[in-house]
Design a protein around this ligand. Structure first.
Ligand SMILES: NC(=O)c1ccc[n+]([C@@H]2O[C@H](COP(=O)([O-])OP(=O)(O)OC[C@H]3O[C@@H](n4cnc5c(N)ncnc54)[C@H](OP(=O)(O)O)[C@@H]3O)[C@@H](O)[C@H]2O)c1
Length: 212
C-alpha cells in the first residue's frame, strides 16, 4: 500500500520505518523537511512532501501529530484529499498542562474523544484509532515474554478496521476491535494508563493484553 504519514516527530518516523520494513511505499508529510535528514539517511526508500502532497499520494494516511494540532494538520492535508481514505489515528488529546502524579491531562472529556471530533469535521475520511496506547519504541513488532500484545482499535467503517487489523498483523499485534468511533472515548485514555509507570517510575517497557 501507499502510506502517507502526517508528522515527522518520533511516532511518525517509527511508523514510517515500520511500514517501509513491511514492504509498503511511504511518504512522510512534514512542515519541516530538515527534521527528516537523518531518517532519510537510514531509510533511502522513504519520501517526503507537504501534508497535502503526502495525503494525495496515500492509500492509507497515518495521523501522527500532537493532539492539540490534529485538526489543523488535517485541514492542511486537505479535506478533499482525505475523502474515502483510511486515516490511522495514533494521536492522543494530551493537554499542554503537566501531568498530575504521573497522570496525563486531556483536553477532551470522557464522553467525547478526539477521534470523534476529527471524524465529525472530516466526514468523508475513515478514521481508525490505533497505535495510540503504546510507546513508540514498542509500536513495530514488539517482543514480550507474555506473548503478542493487544492493540485496541475502533472506527466507523467496518472495512477500514479490517484493513488496519491486517496492518497490525504485520506489525506483530493481535487486534481487539472495539467497534465504532465512540469507543475512542475508552481507547484514548489507555495512553494515560500506559504512561503512568513511565512517569512515576521510568518504566516504559509494557503493553496491554486482553485475556479471554
Ligand atoms: N511518543 C509516543 O511514544 C506516542 C505513543 C502513542 C501515541 N502518541 C501520540 O502520537 C502523536 C505524535 O506524538 P510524537 O511523540 O511523535 O510527537 P512529536 O515528536 O512532538 O511530533 C509531533 C509532530 O507534530 C507535527 N506538528 C506540530 N504542529 C503541527 C501543525 N500545526 N500542523 C501540522 N503538523 C504539526 C510536527 O511535525 P512537523 O514539524 O514535521 O510538521 C511534529 O513533528 C501525539 O498525538 C501523541 O500523543 C505518541
Amino acid at each position: 500500500m501507499k502510506i502517507g504519514v502526517l508528522g515527522s516527530g518520533i511516532v511518525g518516523k517509527v511508523l514510517a520505518t515500520g511500514f517501509l520494513k513491511h514492504g509498503h511505499e511511504v511518504m512522510v508529510g512534514t512542515r519541516t523537511p530538515d527534521k527528516l535528514k537523518e531518517w532519510f539517511g537510514q531509510n533511502p526508500r522513504g519520501r517526503t512532501g507537504g501534508l497535502d502532497a503526502t495525503t494525495q499520494f496515500a492509500d492509507v494516511v497515518v495521523l501522527a501529530v500532537n493532539g492539540t494540532v490534529a485538526a489543523d494538520a488535517l485541514r492542511a492535508a486537505g479535506a478533499a484529499n482525505l475523502a474515502g481514505k483510511i486515516v490511522i489515528d495514533a494521536t492522543n488529546p494530551i493537554a499542554d498542562a503537566p501531568p498530575v502524579n504521573g497522570v496525563l491531562r486531556f483536553f477532551t472529556d470522557i464522553n467525547e474523544s478526539l477521534m470523534e471530533r476529527l471524524q465529525r469535521e472530516f466526514t468523508q475520511a475513515k478514521f481508525v484509532k490505533a497505535f495510540n496506547s503504546v510507546g513508540n519504541a514498542l509500536m513495530v513488532n514488539p517482543q514480550f515474554k507474555g506473548g503478542k500484545p493487544t492493540m485496541f482499535i475502533c472506527g466507523n467503517d467496518d472495512a477500514a478496521r479490517k484493513t488496519v487489523t491486517g496492518i497490525l498483523d504485520q506489525f506483530g499485534w493481535e487486534t481487539a476491535d472495539m467497534g465504532k468511533a465512540e469507543a475512542a472515548r475508552a481507547i484514548e485514555p489507555l495512553s494515560m494508563l500506559w504512561c503512568i509507570p513511565g512517569l512515576l517510575r521510568n518504566e516504559w517497557n509494557h503493553a496491554f493484553k486482553l485475556l479471554t
